[in-house]
Design a protein around this ligand. Structure first.
Ligand code: MG
Length: 263
């Protein structure tokens, strides 16, 4: 019985292969515009921000200028203690790095920051912070988009503002001067992993820095390590982390942070 069925299936497939794909079409028929139109599924309606400083209709607001309720200490998950004032939040270096309570996979992120006009120090010690696109645990390095004063502040170029730390040099230096607000718009595609922990698909980052493309669908080599070669470690979803860097320069500030989760 099974043999007969498989024989039938084989014959049927031979017949199908033998029929040219355009056999049922009128060879005289010209392609129509409608042939290549797609009508479904209809993308959802999203109302864009009316102007800079506002938020698209489907965004999750991570900082609205009023409190740090969406954030916790990376160290012990206690409520974040960064200083909120005048609609901005300023790094509390003693309080350490903070991360979102929520966890994310793929997303679009908008975040604004300001290096204080009074900034001192040089190189990596001048306004160093970072947006960790995935914070994979206190013992991990995670995936850092560097924040640093980039205005006439020489340092290694794969560690300058707009770099994926020690992995990708930005395509341009789009830094503004200290004392002026700047922003990142990021598209983050999270890495995926097989059951055995091996990498299935790598992470990608596209970054606009003050509206200038600085990372164009860059394929990450793994976590962004301070020392050593990057490697991947399995995770599923992760918070977004903001770095309290140990340098001695004045703390920087953030405002208007929102994220749109991607399907
Ligand atoms: Mg940093």
């Amino acid at each position: 019985m099974l043999r007969q069925i498989s024989k039938l299936l084989f014959v049927a497939s031979v017949v199908l292969v033998a029929i040219p794909s355009n056999a049922q079409q009128d060879p005289q028929a010209k392609p129509k515009p409608e042939d290549t139109e797609i009508w479904q599924p209809v993308p959802k309606v999203v109302t864009p921000a009316a102007e800079c400083g506002q938020v698209p209709s489907d965004a999750i607001v991570l900082f609205n200028g009023k409190n740090v309720n969406e954030w916790v200490s990376v160290k012990d998950q206690s409520p974040a203690t960064w200083d909120v004032h005048d609609g901005v939040m300023t790094v509390n270096k003693a309080g350490g790095s903070i991360e979102t309570r929520r966890r994310f996979k793929d997303y679009q992120l908008h975040i604004e920051y300001k290096i204080p006009a009074s900034i001192t120090g040089s190189g990596q010690g001048r306004g160093n912070s970072g947006v960790f696109l995935a914070s994979t645990g206190p013992g991990d390095d995670g995936y850092e988009l560097q924040v640093l004063d980039g205005d006439n502040n020489p340092t290694y170029v794969n560690g300058m503002a707009g770099s994926i730390y020690k992995q990708s040099i930005p395509l341009a230096n789009a830094s503004r001067k200290p004392g002026v607000w700047q922003y990142y718009d990021v598209v983050w595609t999270a890495p995926t992993f097989n059951d055995d922990g091996s990498l299935k698909t790598p992470a990608y980052a596209t970054v606009f820095f003050n509206g200038i493309l600085v990372q164009n669908h860059f394929e990450l080599k793994g976590q962004t390590l301070y020392i050593g070669k990057p490697f991947y470690k399995k995770y599923d979803t992760a918070p977004i982390k903001l770095q309290a860097h140990g340098d001695k320069s004045e703390p920087i500030s953030f405002r208007n942070i929102w994220v749109r989760e991607l399907p």
